[in-house]
Design a protein around this ligand. Sequence first.
Ligand code: IPE
Ligand code: IPE
Ligand code: MG
Length: 250
Amino acid sequence: MSESPLSAVATESGLPQHVAIVMDGNGRWAQSRHLPRAAGHKQGLDALRLTVRACLERGVRVLTVFAFSSENWNRPREEVSGLMDLLVMALSREVPKLSRSGVRLFFPGNRDGLSPRVQSGLDKAQQATAHNQKMVLNVCFNYGGRWDIAQAARQLVVEGKEISEGALCEVTALAHVGDPDLLIRTGGEMRISNFLLWQCAYTELYFTPCLWPDFDAAQLERAFADFAGRERRFGQTSEQVAMDRSSGHA
Ligand code: IPE
Ligand code: IPE
Ligand code: MG
């Protein structure tokens, strides 16, 4: 499944093969309804379930979502522990269904700092879905783009390898799937918040004010339609892109 990071072939059909999402806006969704922030995270899980189903139906090959950032530890203690509990609950409830749908799970992120209960939940979910081939779902948990680049560089040093772009691509946390074609961020903020810093070098960015718990298949279609209208040049000119396309190279 891994492709050249700058491959345009993946998007020949106009559909992104690898979609990444910063699922933001849960807290505001809850607060606007005078509910605790935890209610927004719970509703956010429903939005993720809908999005996974919509991606499966559309034939997306890889979905990579940002569930908990390296910086989210800075939130109030009760919110952090609520998010950990929600993850463990979601895994026990959703993994059998995901597995039946052919979804393979990965959890890119730093395992250090996660409790043994959370770590074992992640390991079990990964093992239970290891044979699935329809779609990869990467749930980035305790993930940070800077952590990822640093851990990859450390790994190369330990292995005595040269630090090159190609070698880093092989050890960063999405090496098993390659780079996203499209990054969606809900919640209205126009920033990356330390998500896939290395991998988004040539990813198309889509920002929507829609709060994550309100995100659904129609919102996803809107993002796909926008993406289909983008011209991915990877540094080339429009003329070169058109020429490559007509000769069947991209
Ligand atoms: C995203 O929603 C979920 C996580 C970061 C875990 P937020 O909780 O950041 O929602 P807002 O941005 O406060 O509305
Ligand atoms: C990004 O959202 C992290 C996740 C969605 C998991 P944040 O809400 O943490 O981002 P900032 O702090 O507003 O940049
Ligand atoms: Mg937020």
